[in-house]
Structures are given as structure tokens and as C-alpha cells.
Write a protein that binds this ligand. Structure first.
Ligand code: EPU
Length: 305
């Protein structure tokens, strides 16, 4: 049964800043996906908490959106309300930094380098927000957020504001209890990181070098969702896709990047259906050739059926 009753729609329409049938494609790094039934962008944590509590009470589906990376939104859009989390405040105290969930990881990497802190350089290769990085324990160059994370302030609808220790978040390789466990639907408000005192200029030089290298191996100037697949244990999804001869494979306007096999590029007007079909073709061929099962890192959301 649909959630869409008159009183629920009326309640959503009363909420500040809410729009209807809002296009989402431009709010994703892929540039793909249909509209949100309802959409709102909120920077104040308390306002987000109030809204998701109201949704829970009314059984209205909601989706928390950050920078829209690592996401494939269905062509038929997203049911209920999409809440874009844009709280971007940050506070450096000694070697600790507390950052709002809506702050971009790359921006935070520069902020902490400016503050003379080290140990967060890897974040210059992570395209999403702090909230998204907690949600899937984002990482790059062999480092993950979990290695610097001290605590996370959050909100669990039905139970209230809370502070999680990293162990409570069950952080794994590109996953957490927020993505796949008991905390699904909970909000990340901010994350506190423990870094090291050091030379910020050296950090910036390292980040510049890492960015250059990333530009040589990944199609960073294209519309994409980051890595499509998780690396299978002890192997690399990109290597497997290349070995299966699938670089350049096309489905509509979705193409396997000729530069890196674990990227699918929106070549202009690709649909979510194109990308999903291409993912399935890659999985089938890699399974047939090497017996390896590629699991998606990108998250498929919205109305797929
Ligand atoms: N390789 C190929 N062909 C390809 C791509 C890669 O043979 O088309 C080989 C490389 O030569 C290398 C190995 O595969 O020997 C690993 O490749 P790479 O160093 O590019 O790293 P990756 O394992 O493909 C991971 C993360 C990236 C992160 C990079 C850099 C995953 C799924 N991906 O990629 O993260 O940027 O390391 O450290 O863990 C992301 O998560 O969205 C992401 C981009």
C-alpha cells in the first residue's frame, strides 16, 4: 500500500522549504536519476531530526542525501521525501576536529591541513560528504575513515539524539550499521576525528601529489559514481573488469571507463536502467570468465520496480 495519503501529503507540504517533484540527477555525481516526490535541503541538525521523526511517526519513507556520490537513483525517482543534509560547520580543537555531516571530505582535508594537522590526507581522494563517509566507512589509498574516527553524533528516529563510538557503528570495508545494519535510517549529525600535529604544507604537497596520481588512474573529470564494485578479497575489481576485456563496453550512454575498469561513466544522458544493465553484464562476464562475484559498492535507491 502506498504511504501517500492526503493528511501525509498535506503535512509534508507544510514543512519549511519542501518542494515537490524535484529533479535529483543534478544533485548526484553521476548526473542520473528521476525526481524526489518531496525534497528539502536542511543545514540545521535539529530541523533534520524533527523532520525524520515526523516521517517515522507517519510512516513516510525518507532518504538522507549527501553529495550524491556512490549513488544510482532510479529513473522513476524516489518515493517519499529526500532530505539533503548540508550542515557544514567545523571546529578544530588541538588535534581533534569535529565536522558537520554535510561538509565535503575534500574540503575538510584542506581545512585540517590549514590547521597544521596530518593523517587525513587520504580524504582528498574521497568525493562525498563526512556523513556519507561515516555511512560507508569511505577510504582511499589503503586508509579508511575508521582509522581516524573518535565518535559520531547522530539521531535515531524513535529514540533520539545519541553519540556512537566507532565500534557501535560496525564499520567495515565500505559499510556500517547505518548502511546495512540496525542503524538504517539513522542520521549522522557530525563526526569527530583524531589527527596528528604536523606540517600542514607537507600535507598539502602530499594531497596535490595524490590528486595528480588519481587523475592519471581514474576518470575524475567525468560524471561517475566512484568505484562501482567493491574489491573482492585480495583482488581488484578494476583489474578483473580489464582482464575480462570489458573496458569501453557500452550500454546506451553508460560506458565502462577505458581508464579504470571499476568506473562507469555517464557519457551524456545515460539512464539508471542503462547503468544497472551494464553492471549486470559486467558481473555476468566476470563470473563466467573468472568465477568471481563482483558486489556493488554503489547503492541503488528509488523506484526500481
Ligand atoms: N587495475 C587494472 N585495471 C584497471 C584498474 C586497476 O589492472 O582498469 C589494477 C591497478 O593496476 C592496480 C590495482 O588494479 O594494480 C588496484 O587499482 P587502483 O590502485 O586504481 O585501486 P582500486 O583498488 O581500483 C581503490 C578504491 C578507490 C580508491 C583507490 C585509490 C575500492 C573499490 N576502490 O581502487 O576508491 O580511490 O583505491 O586508493 O576500494 C571509491 O571507493 O569510490 C574509490 C574510488
Amino acid at each position: 500500500m502506498s504511504w501517500r495519503t492526503k493528511p501525509k501529503v498535506a503535512w509534508l507540504r507544510e514543512q519549511a522549504g519542501v518542494t515537490e517533484d524535484e529533479p535529483l540527477a543534478s544533485r548526484t555525481s553521476f548526473g542520473i536519476g528521476g525526481p524526489a516526490d518531496f525534497f528539502v535541503e536542511i543545514g540545521r541538525a535539529q530541523a533534520i531530526e524533527k523532520l525524520i521523526e515526523g516521517c517515522r511517526e507517519r510512516e513516510i519513507p525518507y532518504l538522507l542525501l549527501g553529495a550524491g556520490t556512490n549513488l544510482l537513483i532510479a529513473d522513476r525517482g524516489v518515493e517519499g521525501v529526500v532530505i539533503r543534509v548540508v550542515n557544514r560547520e567545523h571546529e578544530v580543537e588541538g588535534t581533534r576536529v569535529k565536522a558537520g555531516a554535510g561538509l565535503k571530505m575534500m574540503r575538510l582535508a584542506r581545512i585540517v591541513a590549514d590547521a597544521g594537522l596530518r593523517g587525513f590526507e587520504f580524504a582528498i581522494g574521497v568525493p562525498g560528504t563526512v556523513g556519507g563517509a561515516v555511512y560507508q566507512n569511505a577510504g582511499c589509498w589503503g586508509k579508511e575513515l575508521s582509522e581516524v574516527l573518535v565518535e559520531v553524533a547522530g539521531y535515531v528516529p524513535g529514540s533520539g539524539a545519541t553519540v556512537w563510538k566507532p565500534s557501535e557503528l560496525k564499520l567495515g570495508y565500505r559499510t556500517s550499521a547505518l548502511r546495512e545494519g540496525a542503524l538504517k535510517g539513522a542520521l549522522v549529525v557530525s563526526a569527530t576525528l583524531q589527527l596528528d600535529r604536523g606540517d600542514g604544507e607537507v600535507a598539502k604537497q602530499l594531497m596535490a601529489k595524490l590528486t595528480r596520481e588519481r587523475g592519471e588512474t581514474q576518470p575524475i573529470k567525468t560524471k561517475n559514481c566512484g568505484s562501482v564494485f567493491k574489491n573482492p578479497p585480495g583482488d581488484s575489481a578494476g583489474r578483473l573488469v580489464q582482464a575480462a576485456g570489458l573496458k569501453g563496453l557500452r550500454q546506451g550512454a553508460a560506458v565502462v571507463s577505458p581508464l579504470h575498469g571499476n568506473f562507469i561513466v555517464n557519457d551524456g544522458g545515460a539512464t539508471a536502467k542503462d547503468v544497472k544493465r551494464l553492471i549486470e553484464r559486467i558481473q555476468a562476464e566476470v563470473r563466467r570468465r573468472f568465477g568471481a562475484q563482483l558486489e556493488t559498492e554503489v547503492e541503488l535507491v528509488g523506484r526500481w520496480t
